[in-house]
Design a protein around this ligand. Structure first.
Ligand code: RIB
Length: 335
């Protein structure tokens, strides 16, 4: 049975509040009482845990981040920015990976609540996300990172990128290279960033008066295997695209793998543009042309904004949209 704050109070013959004041180095405790409490702590080998400090200080100085796929370098780099801010501001960080499972997301949010964390960074939000909407309406200290949601009249913080601009820049780049049949491979339709990237794709296509081929647009899961299988299906289908816009780097890497498996060369036969500009974009062969998101800066700012809200130095309701830019490497070329 672990030693509790109650055992220490009993042994030192003081109140719980006095033990709490000693644990928090309060000046309201006499030297004599402090000595008696510290002696009881040593004799009982008591180690105050974060929950005990939450009972006294109402803050565990801990944030929780919930991401859908920690194996995707986008979320790894985003989380790195969050962790850097936590280190700078003296906060701990609990990282939860949901594998895109709503059930896991619910479980993790309950777990974080039990640990009395001070605030939540949610990177899993999908369109009209019930879990997130409930948290927003119950005024839980939280911030949406990398993905936001539709919530009329709601007051919440978010740090995202300009996804429509990203989809437009990627597609315009391919059109400027002379491509007219351009496939578009997106992530899950329930994730708002895809609807925005697709909007940018369609805007560039319409602007150039090109034809839309529904067979060349597909929704997947932001993973390599989807990009590979969908690209195989399209490249062996009736309408042969000469270029692909993939809504994240992992999907783009799957497209390159599919092209190579069919004996096609990238970019000589097929041009490919990705999205995120993770560390993989430079390492894949050929190095990937992609849309750059500022993951570490986004993560750092989200944590900083949340911590300032927890400290009552700011109020919620701010949406920060980071700019994106096209990074041209070797996976795209003229038709
Ligand atoms: O790579 C995963 C995608 O989901 C990223 O593009 C990011 O925008 C996140 O929403």
């Amino acid at each position: 049975m672990p030693v509790t704050i109650y055992d220490v109070a009993r042994k030192a013959n003081v109140s719980i509040a006095t033990v709490s004041r000693v644990l928090n180095n309060s000046s309201l405790v006499s030297a004599k009482t402090r000595e008696r409490v510290m002696k009881a702590i040593e004799e009982l080998n008591f180690s105050p845990n974060v929950i005990a400090s939450a009972l006294t200080k109402k803050s565990t100085k801990t944030l929780g981040i919930v991401v859908p796929d920690i194996s995707n370098p986008f979320f790894a780099e985003l989380t790195r920015g969050v962790e850097d801010a936590c280190n700078d501001f003296g906060f701990n960080l609990i990282i939860c990976n949901t594998d895109n499972s709503i059930d896991k997301e619910v479980t993790y949010i309950k777990l974080l609540k039990q640990k009395s964390i001070d605030g939540y960074i949610i990177s899993t939000a999908y369109y009209n996300d019930e879990i997130v909407l409930k948290m927003i309406k119950s005024n839980v200290p939280m911030i949406l990172l990398g993905r936001d949601i539709e919530c009329e009249g709601c007051n919440f913080d978010a740090v995202v990128s300009d996804n429509e601009k990203g989809g437009y820049l990627a597609t315009k780049h391919l059109i400027d290279l002379g491509h007219q049949k351009i496939a578009c491979l997106l992530g899950p339709p329930r994730v708002k960033v895809n609807l925005e990237r697709e909007k940018g794709y369609l805007k560039a296509i319409h602007e150039a008066n090109l034809k839309i081929y529904p067979e060349l647009v597909g929704y997947g899961d932001f993973k390599v295997d989807f990009g590979y299988k969908k690209a195989l299906e399209i490249l062996t289908g009736k309408i042969k695209p000469t270029a692909f816009f993939a809504a994240n780097d992992l999907t783009a890497i799957g497209v390159i793998k599919a092209a190579k498996s069919l004996g096609l060369k990238v970019p000589q036969d097929i041009s490919v543009v990705g999205y995120d500009n993770t560390m993989l974009a430079e390492l894949v062969d050929p190095p990937l042309t992609t849309i750059s998101q500022q993951m570490k800066k986004m993560g750092y700012l989200a944590a900083e904004m949340l911590i300032k809200r927890i400290k009552n130095e700011r109020t919620a309701g701010e949406k920060v949209v980071f700019d994106v830019n096209l990074v041209i490497r070797k996976s795209t070329d003229y038709i």
